[in-house]
Ligand binder design. Structure first.
Ligand SMILES: Cc1cc2nc3c(=O)[nH]c(=O)nc-3n(C[C@H](O)[C@H](O)[C@H](O)COP(=O)(O)O)c2cc1C
Length: 193
């Protein structure tokens, strides 16, 4: 191992990785939604890793009206919570083959606070929320959010039972692989902000 690699390895080991903040964003806001269950599951898996501060961020808490239609007392807090993150895991549910209006609106509220950060997507729907997830990737590109390849996709038929979230074991491994990609990208992008 070269002296450079030895020094780099030592520095990486010495870094306090808990300084990395990753927001787990719940994309749905409707009454009776299942996103809090999915978000709590991702957080539990993520917390076991000890590699970042993971926080569930619920769009519903910020009461954001449609952008530009009314006063938005929660907008400042929304900007602050997103600005404080180094990366994201979007909990995405499929509504009419796309993301929810609430998530699109919440994304539209901000710009700089999203830029040059990394993200993973965990989606659900009848075909794993795949169509919504792909729509989100296009939006994230415009916001300069680097979305990783691994994408846990939960099926309404096999990972839920009568509205209760019961993920198959294999899905937990997929969340781990997604975070294995988000963490290094979030770390790297921090250096250019
Ligand atoms: C308005 C609406 C549209 C939906 N459209 C789709 C769809 O196009 N494809 C799909 O797989 N599921 C669709 N669903 C089912 C949702 O993915 C499912 O209800 C999911 O639990 C919604 O997430 P939530 O419980 O967090 O709100 C739709 C649900 C709603 C409420």
């Amino acid at each position: 191992m070269s002296i450079f690699n030895k020094l780099f390895k030592k520095k990486a080991e010495g870094n306090d990785m808990t300084e990395l903040n990753i927001g787990i964003i719940l994309g749905s806001t409707r009454e009776g939604r299942v996103s809090p269950q999915v978000g709590a599951w991702v957080k539990e898996l993520a917390d076991k890793r000890g590699d970042a501060n993971y926080t569930v961020i619920d769009i519903a808490d910020y009461n954001l009206p449609l952008l530009g239609t009314a006063e938005a007392p929660g907008a400042q807090a929304w900007a602050e919570v997103i600005g404080a993150q180094d990366g994201f895991v979007f909990i995405v549910q499929e509504y009419n083959h796309s993301i929810t209006g609430a998530l699109k609106n919440a994304l539209d509220y901000l710009q700089a606070q999203w830029n040059n950060k990394a993200a993973g997507i965990v989606s659900y729907g009848s075909v794993g929320g795949a169509r919504a997830a792909e729509h989100l990737r296009g939006i994230l590109g415009e916001l300069l959010v680097a979305d990783v390849r691994v994408h846990p996709a939960l099926s309404l038929f096999t990972d839920f039972e009568n509205g209760a979230f019961k993920p198959k074991d294999v899905q937990a491994a997929s969340v781990g692989q997604m975070l294995d990609q988000v963490i290094p990208w979030a770390t790297a992008l921090k250096t250019i902000r």
